[in-house]
Design a protein around this ligand. Structure first.
Ligand SMILES: [Zn+2]
Ligand SMILES: [Zn+2]
Length: 217
């Protein structure tokens, strides 16, 4: 309903007559190789581990994202989260399919919504993104994870974030042996890592993380 009532303006540039104009869609900062093989950070040349992930215990086998989290992407993600704009979801799906190679996995899952927030609105972009990607990749969608309510991540240091999310997720059923774990934004990787760890404990051998956007510091 909201979709029909709100004026149709590009959420990035404010012009045009669609939720995301074609210029802004084309201009989204795609993440291209070379990358860190493990965490997907853009690097000067291909590396197995980079300055951001070396020395960290990571429960996921790889992480890949479609675009850098810049100001334009921040506006897009905010609008996608706050207003359930279908065209933005479709744009995010198309850019992920364009940039991220099809994963070698048996099923797709997603980071569950914070019970204090997402579920109340009944709108959870990571689930929508995972559903669409599962359809395109012709993989089953599964939802073995549940999530406890937690403190907000915003404003916390990287170490505090890691501590805050440890134990945040648990599996309520067995997980398939290989999975793609979908989220909207990869920030420090702490959330993806905690969820991957819960999936591993539930029987997954390999977790590949795929997100629409990634913070690149
Ligand atoms: Zn625009
Ligand atoms: Zn890395």
């Amino acid at each position: 309903m909201l979709d029909l009532l709100l004026p149709q303006r590009c959420v990035v540039c404010g012009r045009g007559a669609t939720q995301l104009c074609s210029e802004c869609l084309v201009g989204l900062p795609r993440i291209e190789p070379p990358l860190c093989e493990r965490c997907g950070l853009p690097t000067a040349w291909p590396v197995r581990r980079c300055r951001e992930c070396s020395g960290r215990r990571l429960a996921f086998a790889s992480a890949r994202s479609a675009v850098r989290y810049d100001a334009a992407v921040r506006s897009l993600v905010a609008a996608w989260k706050e207003r359930e704009l279908r065209r933005l979801a479709a744009a995010a799906v198309s850019v992920v399919l364009e940039v991220v190679p099809p994963p070698r996995a048996g099923a797709v899952t997603f980071i569950p919504a914070d019970p204090d927030r997402g579920l109340r609105r009944g709108h959870h972009p990571p689930r929508k993104l995972a559903e669409a990607l599962a359809r395109e990749w012709e993989l089953p969608l599964v939802a073995p994870l549940r999530r406890r309510a937690a403190k907000r991540q915003r404003g916390l240091s990287r170490a505090e974030r890691r501590c805050n999310v440890a134990g945040l997720f648990a599996a309520r059923e067995n997980a398939p042996s290989s999975l793609v774990l979908v989220d909207d934004v990869f920030t420090s990787g702490a959330t993806a890592n905690a969820a991957s760890s819960a999936l591993r404990k539930a029987g997954a051998h390999r977790v590949e993380v795929v997100t629409f956007a990634r913070v690149v510091r």
